[in-house]
Write a protein of this length. Structure first.
Length: 85
């Protein structure tokens, strides 16, 4: 099934800016460690909110998740770190 997402402000499709998408994908990769709930699900960033550091990712199983990036550039490897980030 091919899904089309209607982005409502402040959200927008990252396909509109490859440069922004690459930067966000890189940060996401820095923050997800082996103990993170999204580890192994190969999240790909597809959308971003201009109101926060939240992004929407598509997972390899076809589901989606909303992720809050910390922009710390550090691995978030435990649930305690995820909840306090």
């Amino acid at each position: 099934m091919n899904q089309t997402i209607k982005w409502i402000e402040p959200w927008w499709n990252l396909a509109e800016s490859e440069q922004v998408k690459v930067g966000i994908q890189k940060e996401l990769g820095c923050e997800i460690g082996q103990l993170h709930p999204l580890w192994g699900l190969k999240p790909i960033v597809i959308g971003k909110s201009d109101a926060s550091d939240d992004v929407v990712v598509k997972l390899c199983d076809g589901t989606f998740a909303c992720v809050h990036l910390t922009w710390s550039g550090k691995l978030i490897n435990s649930l305690a770190n995820i909840l306090s980030a």
